[in-house]
Design a protein around this ligand. Structure first.
Ligand SMILES: Cc1cc2nc3c(=O)[nH]c(=O)nc-3n(C[C@H](O)[C@H](O)[C@H](O)COP(=O)(O)OP(=O)(O)OC[C@H]3O[C@@H](n4cnc5c(N)ncnc54)[C@H](O)[C@@H]3O)c2cc1C
Length: 478
């Protein structure tokens, strides 16, 4: 029997899904497919997994949600664990895959998998863009030549009033249905992960993503003040927290923008509503940087032609990863990441700066650790942001370090975030929390924490380390 197949990857939704609409329009019976590829979960050269349980759990839930969404359209979702080329090869022997639909992925690993799948099929293949605000063909420049800085990019977009296509509505049911062995959605342990210790911080799936939009925009009216609260590190509504759903395509950025526009019509249009657009534009920008530079995104030298003298030091790497550097902001953030699979943007910038500017370590281990743990991992956003923080992006050569003590004072003035994630420092009074190593012994005793025993002494000097790494960096890069 001839069938049309939609391969779902980072597009786990039914709204604003062109491939799905095309498949339905083909008139053939439609089968959706999701493959848990062991390649996505393998161990990296650094000794930890490419994907940890948080993201795996989010994807599982998203696939469950997708299955029930597709059921309403009379479309089965076949779920398998294995090599995609083998999965599709087998399916093609049972049925004949006449038409094959998917969204474009720009990562090289995704493209390699795709090429191998296409080799085993004789299908007519159709690929759409669906991950961004703007389609490549609508840009006022060649989509492989994005401008060198975000600000040039933004100006080009805004000046040219580039078309943002409205999101596509949910399609109507397929005309013909087909019986397939859909397969169980594998449990976390079947996928080789430990079970979660508690509920996942964000629930996967398009329906949950839509709920989050409704909550943040209309129910709590938080969008109104987003620009003022977005740098907060602790509270769930400080920022939109839409990244997990955007990263896995449970929501498309156009679906989000459609709701921003509705909010602007019905409630208020202000700097905050613009700022959410501005952040989504950053996301588009990093996707375009990835398109332009390809695998350079993963190189030690990044987008530069010289490589800064990155160090490798297992003791320091482990202190950073496990939140034991002696600097409370870095430690709180790294422990939050390890316990929940999430970290705010402000904290991400700080820990990335600390790894590369204070510790002088290879940024790639930091990016790989984020890749492993982040629920919202998105290849272009993760590696793109890391390159910028490491000073090897395509902007001007510079060595900009965050002062992680000052940043904590500015963005967590009462130390609530620090105390939440660092129980051993809970009794440290007032502003002492920002630099507990400055307390004398009596102070430490009174606070119930001896530095070097209950909480680590700083692994490097805050200022001397930056000076040393700056000199080394500029020596090579200038
Ligand atoms: C070192 C580092 C690594 C990062 N890795 C990722 C990643 O793997 N995946 C990811 O989605 N974001 C990544 N970011 C960007 C940013 O930290 C997160 O998107 C943001 O914290 C998610 O929270 P939010 O949805 O509440 O953001 P909001 O402030 O509410 O922003 C709204 C949306 O805009 C987009 N966005 C915001 N800031 C950025 C940015 N700097 N770059 C790209 N998109 C942005 C996200 O889709 C986000 O959901 C990284 C940032 C840094 C500094």
């Amino acid at each position: 029997m001839d069938i049309a197949v939609v391969w779902f990857r980072n597009d786990l939704r039914t709204i604003d899904h062109q491939p799905l609409r095309r498949a339905i329009a083909s008139g053939l019976p439609v089968v959706g497919v999701y493959v848990f590829d062991p390649e996505m979960m393998r161990e990296t050269e650094y000794g930890f997994k490419k994907m940890e349980k948080f993201r795996a759990a989010f994807i599982r839930e998203s696939v469950e949600d997708l299955r029930s969404e597709l059921e309403e359209l009379d479309i089965p979702l076949l779920v398998r664990t294995g090599d995609p080329a083998e999965v599709f090869g087998t399916l093609n022997e049972q049925y004949f895959i006449k038409c094959f639909y998917m969204h474009e992925e720009i990562g090289s690993e995704e493209q390699t998998a795709e090429r191998r799948v296409r080799e085993v099929l004789q299908a007519k293949v159709s690929i759409d863009h669906g991950h961004n605000l703007y389609d490549p063909e609508d840009l006022p420049f060649d989509s492989y030549s994005v401008p060198d800085t975000f600000s040039q990019f933004r100006k080009r977009i805004e000046k040219n009033d580039v078309l943002m296509r409205p999101p596509l509505s949910k399609p109507s049911a397929a005309a013909k249905s087909v019986e397939v062995d859909e397969g169980e959605i594998p449990s976390l342990s079947a996928l080789g992960f430990d079970e979660l210790d508690g509920p996942l911080r964000f629930r996967g799936g398009m329906s949950e993503g839509l709920k989050r939009v409704a909550h943040y925009f209309f129910e709590t009216d938080q969008l109104r003040v987003y620009k003022e609260t977005r740098n907060g590190m602790l509270k769930e509504d400080d920022s939109s927290k839409l990244s997990p759903w955007l990263a896995h395509g449970c929501l498309s950025p156009r679906m989000v923008m459609d709701e921003v526009r509705r909010y602007e019509d019905e409630r208020v249009k202000n700097d905050s509503t613009y700022w959410l657009y501005f952040e989504l534009l950053w996301r588009d920008y990093f996707h375009l940087v990835h398109r332009r530079y390809g695998d350079d995104l993963f190189a030690a030298s990044g987008l530069r032609d010289r490589t800064p003298p990155w160090d490798r030091d297992e003791t320091l790497e482990s202190a950073w990863m496990n939140g034991k550097t002696g600097y409370p902001l870095v430690d709180a953030a790294m422990r939050e990441l390890k316990a929940t699979g999430f970290m705010s943007n402000r904290a991400r910038q700080n820990v990335a700066s600390f790894l590369t500017k204070n510790l002088g370590l290879d940024w790639r281990i930091g990016a790989a650790w984020f890749e492993s743990l982040l629920i919202d991992y998105d290849v272009s956003s993760n590696y793109g942001n890391w390159l910028y923080q490491a000073g090897v992006g395509n902007d001007a050569i510079q060595f900009r370090a965050f002062n992680v003590v000052k940043q904590a004072r500015d963005y967590d003035p009462k130390g609530d975030y620090l105390r939440t994630w660092l129980p051993e420092l809970r009794r440290v009074p007032g502003a002492r929390i920002f630099a507990p190593y400055e307390m004398n012994y009596e102070g430490q005793q009174a606070a119930g924490v001896v530095i070097g025993r209950h909480y680590p002494a700083p692994v490097v000097d805050l200022f001397a380390s930056v000076e040393r790494n700056k000199a080394r960096f500029l020596d090579v890069m200038k």
